[in-house]
Write a protein that binds this ligand. Structure first.
Ligand SMILES: [Zn+2]
Length: 430
């Protein structure tokens, strides 16, 4: 058994009472076994010296292999953006996919994310980066109709194979990544739902990201996307819908009554200027579990959940002319507890409590942007003042994968050096 103590911290527990505790945390193997005053010794002692400890964040929508595609399609109209990204994406090589996944994994660790949901083809390559980094990855293999894909064979069969090969691997949770109603037929959705029901795999999909997508689908089927998905019987609490910006109140209610989760991606939506602001307050009122995702590095272009928290809160407040919407505590809940629930890991992660897995982030309590720092302003400071640069140390599954801003699990220099050749090679011919 290995043990680790974090000493003298300001602990943002995110427990039922949202307690803020000044004290220590004892970790044995991968579990939190004591929160409060810890006496005695351990294999590894981290002296926090007043630093903030918060639960590792959960990013519920990303495409991390695209991390080496930064800047390839910025500042262009949405149609051109899609053409460019699809063209590059369809002939990527294994080597640059891995380089992208490693770079993305490293960026996430260094910005305080310990669990992420990914949607892409070649999740087997991304799984390698996740294993090496020591992160938790909910890896959803891209599923779409055969006529729209560049994958060899049938995408759902590839997804099932990936699931069988990875379901017992530590920190890997294989899932189904349906690209969206525009490339997935009723049959593809229903066959995926059947597989999800029998296996328990998460059903992750893009939903109503753009107005065009909604109107095209309505022209084709007579129904808006979320209404349609309910009518074909595929909505359940195994569903995590990304974006979900262009929804009617009836669609919000449909997601709520079926127990669905959504991943709102405010930065991605704003950068692409698709014009939609997700109806977050209505979702919360109607029982939808709201979580937060960054989306990929061609649309954000960052995997930083601190940026996402602040942007989400400000966008919602500004859009509704109402500063009381999404207070700091609620925003922090979305990226911790709600994120954990969205991937069905709420019993294991999302808060710092005895019995949960030790996924925790230590923020620099000496950083001027986080001061003055008191128990009653720490949550506000995390949400409105915090940034990725404040992350000092990260524990995932009980292991200190980042210590004093150094990634222990990866060759940091090599990962960085591999990123430019990957970008240059994927740009060729496009
Ligand atoms: Zn996406």
């Amino acid at each position: 058994m290995s043990s680790l103590i974090v000493k003298n911290a300001l602990i943002v527990t995110q427990d039922k009472d949202r307690r803020i505790i000044k004290g220590d945390i004892l970790v044995e193997d991968n579990l939190i076994v004591q929160v409060g005053k810890v006496t005695g010794d351990a294999d590894e002692v981290i002296e926090a010296g007043g630093d903030i400890v918060m639960p590792g964040m959960v990013n519920t929508h990303s495409h991390i292999a695209m991390s080496v595609m930064k800047g390839v399609a910025d500042d262009v109209p949405f149609g051109k953006f899609l053409d460019k990204v699809f063209a590059i994406d369809s002939d990527r090589q294994e080597k640059d996919l891995l380089a992208g996944a490693k770079l993305g994994a490293m960026e996430m660790l260094l910005s305080g994310t310990t669990t992420f949901v990914d949607m892409y083809y070649s999740e087997d390559i991304i799984a390698k980066a996740v294993q090496q980094a020591g992160l938790r990855g909910v890896l959803c293999w891209a599923v779409l109709d055969v006529q729209f894909t560049t994958q060899k064979g049938v995408p759902l069969d590839n997804c099932k194979r990936f699931f069988a090969e990875h379901k017992d691997q530590e920190r890997i949770y294989p899932g189904i990544g349906l690209q969206g109603v525009y490339v997935c037929s009723t049959e593809t959705f229903q066959a995926s739902e059947e597989f999800s029901r029998s296996s328990g795999a998460l059903m992750h999909f893009h939903l109503s990201e753009t107005r065009k997508e909604v109107y095209d689908h309505k022209d084709k089927t007579g129904k808006r996307p979320a209404d349609y998905l309910e009518s074909i019987g595929v909505l359940s609490d195994r569903c995590l819908a990304a974006h979900s910006a262009w929804l009617t109140i009836n669609e919000v209610k449909a997601l709520g009554r079926n127990g669905c989760s959504i991943a709102t991606c405010p930065v991605s939506n704003m950068k692409l200027a698709t014009g939609g602001v997700a109806p977050i307050p209505e979702m919360m009122m109607n029982g939808v579990n709201v979580s937060v995702g960054t989306d990929g590095s061609t649309t954000n272009n960052s995997l930083d959940m601190f940026g996402e928290m602040k942007m989400l809160a400000l966008l919602q407040k500004s859009y509704r002319w109402d500063p009381t919407i999404l207070p700091a505590q609620q925003v922090l809940d979305l990226v911790t507890l709600n994120g954990a629930k969205a991937v069905h890991l709420e019993m294991e992660i999302g808060s710092i409590e005895v019995g949960k897995k030790a996924d925790m982030v230590i923020l620099d309590g000496k950083a001027p942007n986080l001061r003055p720092l008191l128990p009653d302003n720490v949550v506000s400071n995390i949400v409105y003042c915090g940034n990725a640069g404040n992350v000092k140390t990260v524990l995932c599954d009980g292991k200190a994968v980042v210590r004093d801003r150094h990634v222990r699990t990866m060759d940091q220099k090599k990962v960085l050096e591999e990123s430019e050749p990957a970008l240059i090679s994927l740009r060729k011919g496009h």
